[in-house]
Ligand binder design. Structure first.
Ligand code: SIN
Length: 520
């Protein structure tokens, strides 16, 4: 059986920064169920929010985070992140991340939704890609880190002593050799990302199936705030094609959300207009689309300096051009899509879950930073800060495990499975995604949630009969577990708050409340 001091599940910004920190005190393995760069971090166009100008302050950053999160946040972690985010930028600069600078050579600071000050650091519109590359380069150079691609954790191993459980490793499916392995470890850090694949329309990659959250749940760790799913307001509307994000930074650059005739509408909903917090924008768009019976709304970029737009957002500009959209004369059709899970494995300020030896950081964790709705560009700094803190704390578990905790023959060869089960699993997943989009989307209702709960229970029972270790089936089971938990969390929360909007329960929040409760 392979043994490590620290086993990290996931290879985005949280997992890799945790690995670099843990490598300073022990032998580390990083598991990725696909290629190491196949992460949400890699896709992140938008940047990192940090207080870097003398006119700004950590107190203002913290106040914006709390307002965006509907004051459901943990204030201690909000304060911590506002203080730590500038250190994250410095560390990433030292690794060589090419953040944009202004004419004076200072970091260029952009504006995004919910921020009262320009404080977003970007590397054009490929910020996450550059961070992923630089962190991976550093990880590959570390003699203490083993990067295991195509390895999927399927169960957390627990040691039980006197009624107390401790996480001591994981059962892992080696997808290359089709073998089930046991990996012992002093501590386990979950950094496995979110679960955008719960939804029919999502900005997330196919790997975002909530695996770490489901593993933690089955091992008995506490979860929190699962009802707060964030929908990103602006993905390109292109039916039948994978969602493509139009970064919020484009609205920060001056683009406006408009109705088909080109009329802006967001100021009816919030004083910050198109740059209101994401929950407000997505809910307002949902309302307008329902009211006007439209499949999408539009972003107006026609008034922007076009050369600068193309220079700042080369990936987005190219994608729009490929799809035949001329931003000088055309409005860009956009729709909201599932983007981020604000809840997850409940942790303290050191990333400790309620299960000894188990940590969580990044999107799979619920530190309480985001409250009921995440502030734009806060996930990359959170991943970096909390990944490092979790790994620093996890050093306390480094002592070796007892010898005969697990059977010696812990590697089991698996029989290869036929494609039929995978095809059925895909069909069930698609049904689940449609149900979640329809009933557990931007606007919810009590009856809709109960209806969806029954349908998801049926799908769950169907999937229980799939007795294979195919990754598609394991992912489906994780998604179904999480869907049940998300729906229950939605049913339990009787008021509208942040990303959880119930038709029947008006918001207590002043801005969007009046209009939405009158019109929906
Ligand atoms: C974006 O670029 O709009 C996404 C950034 C984020 O999710 O914070």
């Amino acid at each position: 059986m392979a043994r490590y001091d620290c086993l990290i599940i996931g290879s985005g910004v949280a997992g890799l920064s945790a690995a670099l920190q843990a490598a300073s005190w022990g032998k580390v393995a990083v598991l990725c169920k696909a290629e190491a760069a196949c992460t949400n971090t890699n896709l992140a166009q938008g940047g990192l929010a940090a207080v870097l100008s003398p006119e700004d302050s950590p107190a203002r950053h913290a106040a914006d985070t709390l307002a965006a999160g509907s004051w459901h946040n943990n204030q201690a972690v909000v304060k911590l992140l506002a203080q730590e985010a500038p250190h994250c930028i410095q560390a990433l600069l030292r690794l060589g991340v090419p953040f944009d600078t202004d004419e004076q050579g200072r970091l260029a600071l952009g504006l995004e939704g919910g921020h009262s000050h320009s404080r977003i650091v970007h590397a054009r519109d490929q910020t996450g890609f550059h961070i992923q590359q630089k962190l991976l380069e550093a990880v590959k150079q570390s003699p203490n880190i083993e990067l295991l691609e195509y390895h999927m954790a399927v169960e957390l191993l627990l040691e039980r002593r006197e009624e107390k459980s401790r996480c001591v490793g994981a059962k892992v499916l080696d997808l290359v050799n089709n073998r089930l392995k046991t990996m012992g470890s002093g501590a386990v850090i979950l950094a496995s990302g979110g679960a955008g694949q719960l939804y029919q329309h999502t900005t997330n990659p196919a790997v975002a199936t909530g695996d770490g959250i489901a593993l933690a749940y089955h091992a008995g760790a506490e979860l929190a705030d699962l009802e707060f799913i964030q929908f990103h307001p602006t993905t390109l509307y292109d039916p039948g094609k994978a969602a493509f994000l139009i970064s919020e930074a484009v609205r920060g650059f001056g683009a406006e959300l408009v109705l088909p005739g080109g009329t802006p509408f967001m100021h009816q909903y919030h004083r910050r207009g198109s740059l209101a917090p994401r929950d407000v924008v997505a809910q307002a768009m949902h309302h307008e689309m329902q009211h006007l019976q439209l499949p999408c709304l539009f972003l107006d970029l026609r008034h922007l300096p076009q050369a600068q737009f193309a220079e700042k957002f080369p990936t987005i500009a190219q994608k729009l051009q490929e799809r035949g959209i001329d931003v000088r004369s055309d409005l860009v059709p956009v729709v909201p899509a599932a983007h981020y899970m604000c809840g997850g494995v409940k942790t303290d300020l050191w990333g400790q879950s309620t299960l000894a030896g188990l940590y969580a950081c990044g999107e799979c964790a619920c530190t309480g930073l985001h409250g009921a709705n995440r502030l734009a560009s806060s996930s990359l700094p959170e991943g970096w800060v909390m990944g490092r803190r979790a790994a620093e704390h996890a050093a306390m578990w480094r002592q070796p495990l007892v010898n005969n905790l697990f059977p010696a023959s812990a590697e089991v060869a698996l029989a290869l499975q036929e494609g039929e089960v995978a095809a059925t699993a895909l069909a069930v997943k698609q049904q689940l995604q449609k149900l979640m989009w329809q009933w557990v989307g931007i606007v919810r209702s009590g009856e809709g949630l109960i209806h969806c709960q029954q349908q998801v229970e049926d799908l769950y029972r169907q999937a229980e009969n799939f007795s294979t270790c195919l990754p598609e089936v394991l992912e489906l089971k994780n998604l179904l577990t999480l869907a049940k938990l998300v729906i229950q969390a939605c049913i339990d929360r009787k008021e509208s708050l942040g990303g959880h909007y119930l038709k029947s329960a008006p918001f207590a929040r002043p801005a969007c409340t009046t209009v939405l409760s009158q019109l929906i």
